[in-house]
Design a protein around this ligand. Structure first.
Ligand code: SAH
Length: 343
């Protein structure tokens, strides 16, 4: 049976019409599901006959909350969710002054192989469907009882390695009858799949693009990110240039600071030279230490020097505030420890 959340409104409306129903029911049904996260029987303004038809043809696949952790430090919430086929994913809700933000997963596991990242250690299990990604937001919103206004695609998975489903998700999450989260409030993070960056630029969307750069040279990048063997920094920056011209949106470059790997003052100067003049912003992320590898976080001093040096080169720079450090909130660590505990 099809998960109704995997359909766009157009697809569902077509189905309704083909089955002798009025098209306007589409928005009503979707609004119930998205906003109330309810089943067909609970939809008050939907006729009984239609409800029966829907039940015969569709399921509403909502993940179950397996565990929920709340940070005592900053209120960050991490949800471990079980999808219908039993796969486990993690979703993080961060509370900021300007609103609630969610970090969603887009794949079960990941096949990009970045050396410092926990999500990729066991490879990719499968892509998530657009409906599954949507339901992360729905479940999170219901759990906190508040609206979520910002989304970052920075959980497990490489969004551009699951291109079609992610694009479908980005269009649906935007719908005003549903979750109504503006594209300008959505950031898609990629390790740099060049052809897909061009494709994304051509989608005519207003999402923010974040590129996981983590090094200023191809040589250094190859040491920590296998994708660097496929696409050079030059190719990535050309694609970014195209994206900026097409969308007029500023790009974010993510740079995880790893002690003695990419955090020297020289690294910062070289990065500054590379990025100067590009419409961008650098987000420095002190690396989250993962027990499966030996990468260590840079010292507070090194982080400060790196940030100041970069700013001195004329590149806008921020250091990412650490959220939920008491609940293993980073980068696939929780899913891993949960799966291990079930072995
Ligand atoms: N696949 C996408 C999204 C994944 S994660 C991407 O590569 O961009 C979001 C960010 O967290 C990426 O910049 C990723 O490189 C970074 N990241 C992964 N593991 C990390 C760790 N242990 N510490 C700090 N940043 C990490």
């Amino acid at each position: 049976m099809k998960n109704i959340l995997d359909l766009t409104l157009e697809e569902f409306t077509e189905w309704l019409k083909a089955n002798g129903e009025s098209g306007f029911r589409g928005k009503q049904v979707f609004s119930w599901i998205y906003k109330e996260v309810c089943n067909f029987d609970e939809m008050k303004n939907i006729p009984k006959t239609l409800k029966e038809k829907l039940k015969e043809n569709f399921k509403i696949s909502i993940p179950k909350i397996v565990e929920a952790y709340e940070s005592k430090l900053d209120g960050t919430i991490k949800l471990l969710l079980a999808l219908e086929d039993g796969n486990i994913i993690e979703t993080v809700i961060m509370k900021y002054k300007h609103g609630n933000s969610i970090c969603v997963s887009t794949q079960i596991g990941c096949r990009m192989g970045c050396k410092f990242c926990a999500s990729t250690i066991d490879g990719r299990v499968r892509n998530m469907s657009s409906g599954e990604i949507l339901s992360e937001v729905m479940v999170a919103q219901k759990y906190i009882g508040e609206r979520i206004s910002n989304i970052v695609l920075m959980g497990s998975g490489e969004p551009l390695d699951n291109y079609d489903n992610v694009i479908k998700f980005l269009r649906e999450v935007n719908a005003e009858y549903g979750l109504n989260i503006g594209q300008r409030h959505i950031t898609l993070s990629t390790c740099g799949l060049v052809p897909e960056i061009y494709k994304l630029a051509d989608e005519d969307m207003q999402v923010t693009l974040a590129i996981s750069l983590h090094a200023f040279s191809d040589e250094k990048r190859k040491e920590i990110m296998p994708i660097a063997n496929k696409y050079s920094i030059k190719e990535i920056l050309d694609a970014c240039d195209y994206f900026i011209n097409k969308t007029k949106r500023r790009i974010t470059f993510e740079y995880s600071l790893v002690k003695d790997v990419n955090d020297s003052k020289e690294d910062s100067k070289s990065l500054g030279k590379l990025l100067k003049g590009i419409l961008c912003h650098v987000n420095l992320i002190p690396v989250n230490e993962v027990k499966e590898n030996s990468f260590k976080r840079s010292s507070a001093k090194a982080i400060e020097v790196f940030a100041e040096t970069l700013k001195g080169c004329g590149v806008e720079t921020t250091v990412r505030r650490e959220m939920g450090s008491d609940i293993d909130s980073a980068c696939g660590q929780l899913r891993r420890s949960y799966l291990k505990s079930q072995d």
